[in-house]
Design a protein around this ligand. Structure first.
Ligand SMILES: Nc1ncnc2c1ncn2[C@@H]1O[C@H](COP(=O)(O)OP(=O)(O)OP(=O)(O)O)[C@@H](O)[C@H]1O
Length: 468
């Protein structure tokens, strides 16, 4: 196969791979190993050749990152992609682009989102004070829902008047639920209002490494100057302080200094303060001394809205029924939703087909087959209730208005169609109804389905969703 220069679609997907790695890997690792890479994507997307500056780096990348890159590429392209690692020729001018590191985007000199980088070129010079904020993570791009409403409004309050209420603000929740996004949003919002404010976003692991460096190099004055002079400190994943006594002590000092001068501190963690282990009590009690708020897993409507918004941000359209199908099947967290969306969009581009439920089902084949869900009557009731925006309890209730009775009949029809249950069993599960009631519903919906295109379409969406 010939290696034509990368076409734009192929290159875009390689960029998405790099972007993903920039988020997954610690900044230093990303800058050292991934950022200097260049790539050529074969015309038919079957192979990506990645050029590495020297033999040592090539071996290292093969050992440490090749499997991960392959996996990501497969996810992104929607089919297995051969990954070839090659030494960059001295004179080769390989077409490649690396997105600037997120924290560097705030530098006005680096306005374009894509910047060409030749193999082996060093790192971009960074401004003297790097706030490490990702300017894309703002309140505007953070979809609001019941799951994050409190955390979001507390964070907006802090961004609007830092140093007052809710100090420190402690945000906790499971992985991929938007904690990092929210703290970046606080920083970005404050800088928008007060461009001179000294804001720093830092991951707790980076703080640990800063403490270690300050000890090794005996540069504690600089360290203190850096941290104690901030107006807003955003620190992510403080559970990483566990068992790091020295770091905890330094953080305690920074904490006290910042609060004393009415600077604001926003922290995130995977658990609430008292749930943290191996962190000194005096620190834990300080974590809990302002406002502690949780972020919950997003509810269905929020997942649908996130998918539609993210697709739009990628200049793609995701019809609501497809978003509904995906949101029903990917429930755990937003990062996984994003992964599913990426797969669907890549699959659609690769096959040059419009995004539809059928296409989403094909693109997410692996993910859906893992779930391998048995369709239960309960699941049907819940899905139909969600879809028609009625309460699940109405599936068993005696209420008769059409807005409730009709979805209930639809659920009975689907229960008959998609499960092995008998009519009396289904009746029982719908609040102890008689089997003749179920039979009537099944016949009525089956007949109407032949006549009414809209109903047929709705049933189609529900079936696809339930079959996963
Ligand atoms: N409500 C939301 N609206 C839009 N995007 C969201 C929302 N919540 C999360 N995201 C996106 O989901 C991804 C994961 O979120 P984020 O990294 O903030 O999670 P996290 O809670 O910090 O996870 P971890 O604990 O693994 O670091 C990000 O790309 C983020 O932009």
């Amino acid at each position: 196969m010939t290696e034509e220069p990368s076409n734009d679609a192929g290159l875009g997907l390689w960029l998405a791979c790099v972007e993903q790695l920039s988020q997954d890997l610690p900044e230093q690792q990303f800058n050292t190993w991934i950022k200097p890479l260049t790539a050529v994507v074969a015309e038919d997307f079957s192979k990506v050749t990645v050029y590495v500056a020297n033999r040592f780096k090539l071996d290292w990348i093969r050992a440490q990152y090749a499997a991960r890159i392959s996996g990501l590429l497969e996810d992104l392209y929607g089919h297995p992609v051969a990954l070839e690692l090659a030494l960059a020729q001295r004179e080769s001018v390989v077409r490649t682009y690396v997105r600037p590191m997120q924290s560097e985007r705030s530098s006005p000199a680096e306005a374009p989102t894509l910047m060409p980088v030749n193999a082996g070129s060093g790192e971009a010079t960074s401004p003297a004070f790097r706030n490490r904020l990702n300017s894309a993570l703002t309140f505007e791009t953070l979809v609001e829902g019941t799951a994050n409403r409190m955390a979001r409004s507390a964070a907006m309050h802090v961004a609007g008047s830092p140093g007052h209420l809710y100090n420190p603000l402690f945000i906790y929740g499971g992985v991929g639920l938007g904690k990092t996004h929210l703290v970046h949003a606080v920083g970005n919002q404050l800088l928008k209002d007060k461009p001179d404010a000294k804001v720093l976003y830092i991951h707790a692991e980076q703080f640990v490494s800063d403490v270690v460096k300050a000890y090794q190099r005996r540069t504690f004055d600089e360290f203190k100057e850096r941290y104690h002079s901030l107006d807003l400190l955003l620190i992510d994943d403080v559970q990483f302080f566990a068992n790091k006594d020295r770091t905890q002590e330094e953080f305690f000092n920074a904490f006290e200094a910042l609060l004393a001068k009415k600077s604001h501190i926003v922290m995130t963690s995977d658990t609430y303060p008292k749930g943290l282990t191996n962190i000194h009590e005096r620190l834990v009690s300080r974590f809990d001394s302002g406002l502690t708020v949780a972020i919950e897993p997003p509810e269905l409507e929020m997942r649908v809205a996130i998918l539609i918004n993210k697709a739009r941000a990628e200049n793609a359209e995701m019809p609501e029924e497809v978003a509904f199908f995906v949101a029903k099947n990917v429930r755990s967290n937003v990062r996984e939703l994003e992964g599913a969306l990426r797969k669907i969009l890549a699959y659609s581009r690769f096959n040059q087909k419009e995004v539809s439920i059928q296409l989403a089902r094909e693109a997410l084949r692996d993910l859906l087959s893992i779930q391998n869900r048995q369709i239960s009557v309960e699941n049907i009731q819940k899905t139909v209730a969600d879809y028609y925006k009625i309460k699940v309890a109405d599936m068993y209730s005696k209420k008769r208005p059409a807005s409730i009775a009709r979805p209930r009949q639809i659920a009975m029809y689907l229960a008959k169609e998609l499960t092995q249950k008998s009519l009396p069993e289904i009746g029982e599960l719908f609040g102890g109804r008689d089997h003749t009631t179920v039979l009537h519903a099944v016949r009525k919906i089956a007949a109407e389905r032949q006549q009414l295109t809209e109903l047929n379409q709705q049933l189609h969406v529900l079936e696809q969703t339930l079959k996963g």
